[in-house]
Design a protein around this ligand. Sequence first.
Ligand SMILES: Cc1cc2nc3c(=O)[nH]c(=O)nc-3n(C[C@H](O)[C@H](O)[C@H](O)COP(=O)(O)OP(=O)(O)OC[C@H]3O[C@@H](n4cnc5c(N)ncnc54)[C@H](O)[C@@H]3O)c2cc1C
Length: 375
Amino acid sequence: MHSEFIILGAGISGISTSYFLEKSGFSSIILDISNPLSGSGSTMKSAGIISHFFPFKEEIKAVSNSLKFYDEIINDSSENISYNNSGLLAFCNNSDKETLSQFLDAMKSSNADYSLFDSKELSDIYPMLSIPSDEIAVISKNSGYYDINHLFPIIIKQLKSKNINFFNNIEIKTIEHQNYFTFHTNHGIFTSDKVIITGGAWSNKIANMFNCTINFDTYSTQAAIFSIPQAYNNDLSSLPILYKMSNGVYGRPVSSSSFLFGDGSTKYSGDPDNFKFKNDKNFLEYMLQQANTFFPNQKIGPVQKNWSGLYTSSEDSRPLIGKLDDDIFFLGCFNGLGIMLAPGCSKLLVDFITKNIINDDFSPFNIQRFNNNNI
Ligand SMILES: Cc1cc2nc3c(=O)[nH]c(=O)nc-3n(C[C@H](O)[C@H](O)[C@H](O)COP(=O)(O)OP(=O)(O)OC[C@H]3O[C@@H](n4cnc5c(N)ncnc54)[C@H](O)[C@@H]3O)c2cc1C
């Protein structure tokens, strides 16, 4: 089977890339080593949060384009799924003030709506939350979340209906490159003119098959859903996403009696194939303690579910997209924010490959800024 592009990795990066290629009139085949709906890829593990709270206008624009992508897919499908436009409430203490002003400048220049509140104003709006009196709170308005367990299968189904060839459980045995690429696999031979690597934490392993290297760090991150049984008079599910700038802890409603909490990260330097979820008691205790700082008068627990996954980050924590070698391209390193950034960035990558567009939106993410590729 031949296609103009072979995309390696069927998480949100690979899937959205094939979507924009198809829209621009190019054919693609997506190959995944496992099943992206049940394998160890990060997409199905995410909390589904989409936020415009960034210190750079290019990321904010990418997020807006990602939202358009999700909108288009949902409108094209007959599925009933909605974006919960809850807003994101970020807490900033005095030590974060300088950083906060970078976020606000970027949001202002991108026309991303936000409002500032002091603790008194906020406790009038959200009496169930506790806000220390020395903290400032910012609400980023057009931020929210999707139920990714519902959304991602819909996205994959929609792509399949567009005749994008998609193969799971593919084991690549050998790759040849002469005028085009030939992949010998357990499902037969696939050929393509160009290759795009979208393998998340596995991307460097994939790049090595082409004698390329991609430099990034890998982190593990965890999330847990806690019951909050005695929710205040208000419905828990109407709360915004909560985010503490000082330690990266975030939370979002799941239902009227449960909340998802997650934290930043721990560096992971092993082989991503060997990453195993460990039920981490310390993490759950820490999350419980953090949950209590948001909801001081609630009886929090028990834990309904907890899980973990990997994410990757570049040297400057900004996405990496662009050319690795002749006819080999890469998209990734979303610093744990790929649901909100990947579709917007895949559009930039497709415009770069198919129309040679290198503009101000693309340049800050261009992999060439580190000169760490094989050219
Ligand atoms: C707990 C957690 C919570 C998160 N919450 C959020 C959130 O709220 N909002 C947000 O924006 N982001 C969030 N993220 C981050 C987000 O999930 C990732 O940034 C995003 O899913 C990365 O997508 P990807 O397609 O690049 O990689 P992945 O989804 O990891 O996909 C990579 C794919 O490559 C495949 N693959 C591996 N090796 C090969 C090979 N040799 N050949 C072919 N295919 C291969 C894998 O099977 C996998 O399907 C979260 C992540 C975690 C772990």
